[in-house]
Write a protein that binds this ligand. Structure first.
Ligand SMILES: Cc1cc2nc3c(=O)[nH]c(=O)nc-3n(C[C@H](O)[C@H](O)[C@H](O)COP(=O)(O)O)c2cc1C
Length: 353
């Protein structure tokens, strides 16, 4: 079995240069993560779920999620909400922000989201789910996609009934993570449902869940007929998993690992500011430095350092050659000024218009 993952496919009218998609992950999918994903072979990247209510209220942190850099395209921005009119308004903002695709979240199982009638709760309310997709598709100059789970309850097959209806309502692609909302991340993703969904709809389906290697990606693509596979947890602090899935098995050197982490830290500080980045970055130390790359105690040491400058120094002391790799990465990166700044968005974004 040898499926070509570099093949281009169409999501609506957007060309996706490859059959590997980087998953949206709340608390992870910052710009630095998405850019890195593109560099390491993802044909499409996605923002984390963005609250429509937050956009409506001009919440500064929420609006920050709408920042798009020039080297991220094609990029989907994912929104979640429960009110069709607010979803439509947010869709216009997402398009103005420079996204290529608007993705709707019907998969989030977290109670804080489902109790508002958003996320995975939509899997149990197909009529409302269709109304939301219609509202977004009606407002969107961009193709609309939907990401969902198999259903709310264990063993549910709700996605198979809902999927075709969402397509009729205007979805140009469906991503399926075939676990139930109840399951959260336990058990395994049952991609036999993905295969069934593919046979029921005439839009590309993206298969999400437990794709961690090239072998697994090939099997999922071959057995489901999906247009692409989506990779989430395996890529956390590990862009080399994406490279391996695309066919390059080279293991990163310690210097490369440290250089990518340092670049990630710097870009995150630029995006979130020093204060927010300090806590945000802690989970990434283990993700980058684990997998047998550095001793466990090293990560423990980093999370206890009081400033990011000290973390950076300590990392460079552990792998001095990383400095040169980092210089090369910085040279290759586009000018950060290229990104669409919030100032250029419609004034109503700030709730003041
Ligand atoms: C930390 C974390 C945050 C996530 N946040 C989102 C999200 O914002 N939107 C979404 O559609 N899925 C989200 N997911 C689900 C992933 O996109 C993906 O469907 C799931 O992790 C299964 O894929 P994997 O086995 O490759 O990780 C999240 C998953 C994780 C682990």
């Amino acid at each position: 079995m040898n499926i070509d993952l570099t093949e281009t496919w169409l999501l609506g009218d957007v060309e996706i240069p490859g059959r590997l998609v980087l998953a949206p992950m709340a608390g992870v999918s910052v710009q630095a993560f998405r850019r890195q994903g593109r560099r390491y072979g993802a044909g499409l990247v996605c923002s984390e779920m963005v609250s429509v209510a937050g956009i409506q209220h001009g919440n500064e942190r929420t609006l920050g999620y709408l920042r798009v850099a020039s080297d991220e395209h094609p990029l989907a921005i994912q929104i979640f909400g429960s009110d069709p009119a607010a979803m439509a308004e947010a869709t216009r903002m997402v398009a103005a922000a420079g996204a290529d695709i608007v993705d709707i979240n019907f998969g989030c199982p977290v109670r804080k989201v489902t109790k508002t009638g958003a996320g995975a709760s939509m899997l149990a309310d197909p009529d409302q789910a269709c109304r939301l997709v219609e509202a977004v598709a009606g407002a969107s100059p961009l193709p609309v996609s939907v990401k969902m789970r198999r259903g709310v309850e264990n063993g549910s097959r709700a996605c198979l009934e809902l999927g075709p209806r969402l397509v009729a309502a205007g979805a140009r692609s469906l991503t399926l993570h075939p676990r139930s909302a109840k399951q959260m991340y336990t058990g395994t993703a049952d991609h036999s449902l993905t295969a069934e969904l593919v046979s029921l709809v005439d839009v590309p389906v993206i298969a999400s869940g437990d794709v961690t290697s090239r072998a697994r990606a090939q099997t999922v693509l071959a057995t489901t007929g999906a247009a692409a596979v989506m990779v989430g947890r395996a890529a956390q602090g590990n862009p080399w998993a994406l490279r391996e899935i695309m066919g390059d098995e080279t293991e990163p050197t310690r210097e490369e690992v440290v250089a990518e982490l340092l670049l990630f830290m710097r870009e995150t500080v630029r995006e979130l500011g020093e204060h927010r980045s300090f806590g945000f970055l802690k989970k990434f130390y283990g993700w980058y430095l684990g997998r047998g790359r550095f001793p466990r105690a090293f990560k423990q040491e980093l999370v206890q350092l009081p400033t990011l400058a000290e973390v950076e120094q300590r990392l460079l002391a552990a792998a001095p050659g990383a400095r040169f790799v980092l210089e090369r990465l910085l040279d290759e990166a586009p000018d950060p000024q290229d990104e669409v700044l919030l100032d250029s968005l419609p004034i109503s974004l700030y709730g003041g218009g």
